[in-house]
Structure formats: structure tokens, C-alpha cells
Design a binder for this molecule. Structure first.
Ligand code: ZN
Length: 165
């Protein structure tokens, strides 16, 4: 994954595509509608909620002289994808690389969080040592918000602090 390559231009690209065999079981019109819903869900959740800032005294983008707002550009591609998502006919329980055609934008936003390297934050008896849990964030509840720690690795990578927008 080369997400970090473009951070200096305030743009991080993520490619996602449907597996052709799976697409055959999901009508193309359904897939197109889902892709539109998913891209919007990811953008609405993850974009412009935090920014990188080289002024360590700043705690908000408004107080940062040169804030670099984190913006994620979801592109559906047929080659050179960063991640290949298999799209199944729903309903079903999605994971990072297996999505169901009726998954919501919030569902996609949660799985996108995994693509960035974030772990689940909901309590699961099968994972008794998971920590943190019940955080209320997108990684715990699909409808929850992104937390600063979910994206701070991007700003860390260029030596900046992370600030809220
Ligand atoms: Zn998850």
C-alpha cells in the first residue's frame, strides 16, 4: 500500500474494484449504485475531519498556518487497485475485502478504516483481549465518527502533528 506517497499533496488515493466473477451475480446497475453510496459514505466520514499541521502548538486546523486537510479520494479502478473488494449479493456481514451490494455508506466507511490499518473497536467474545472497545467511533459502530488516532499515522509519517478541523 502506497498511501503515504501522496500525502505531501494533501491527497491520498484508494482504489477499489469488484471481482468480475462476483459482479456477475450483482447487477451492474446495483454495483454502480453501491459504488456511489460507498464512495459518498467514505468521503463523508473520513474527509476533512482532521488535518496535518507542522505547528505543534496548533490543536485545530483553523489555528494552523498551513493545515493539510486529510482528504481521501475513492476511485473504482480495474487495474492497479490498492485493495480489491469482492462484491457479493447481500445481505451479509462485510469484512474489509468482502462487501455486500446492499451495504450502507457507513458500512463502507468502517471497512475503509481497516484499509487504513485500523482495528475493530467493538466488543467481541471471540477476541477477549481486544482493546480499545466500545469507543463509539466508526471502528466500533459503523455510524460513529472517525477518531484522531485513526488518521494520525499519516501526519506522523511526514513529521506533522494531527489537528481537528
Ligand atoms: Zn471491522
Amino acid at each position: 500500500m502506497d498511501l503515504l506517497r501522496q500525502i505531501d499533496r494533501c491527497l491520498i488515493k484508494l482504489g477499489t474494484r469488484g471481482n468480475e466473477q462476483q459482479i456477475a451475480r450483482v447487477l451492474r446497475v446495483e454495483l454502480a449504485a453501491a459504488q456511489t453510496r460507498w464512495a459518498a459514505g467514505i468521503r463523508n466520514k473520513w474527509n476533512r475531519t482532521f488535518a496535518c499541521c507542522d505547528d505543534r502548538r496548533a490543536t485545530t486546523a483553523a489555528r494552523c498556518p498551513e493545515a493539510c486537510l486529510l482528504t481521501f479520494d475513492v476511485q473504482w479502478v480495474t487495474s492497479n487497485a490498492h485493495h480489491v473488494v469482492n462484491v457479493h449479493r447481500g445481505p451479509g456481514r462485510a469484512d474489509m475485502l468482502n462487501w455486500y451490494h446492499d451495504d450502507s455508506g457507513d458500512d463502507a466507511a468502517h471497512e475503509f478504516g481497516h484499509m487504513l490499518g485500523n482495528a475493530d473497536e467493538y466488543a467481541d467474545p471471540a477476541c477477549p483481549t481486544r482493546s480499545p472497545v466500545n469507543t463509539g467511533t466508526v471502528m466500533a459502530v459503523d455510524t460513529g465518527p472517525v477518531a484522531q488516532r485513526h488518521v494520525s499515522f499519516l501526519c506522523d509519517a511526514i513529521g506533522d502533528g494531527t489537528v481537528s478541523v
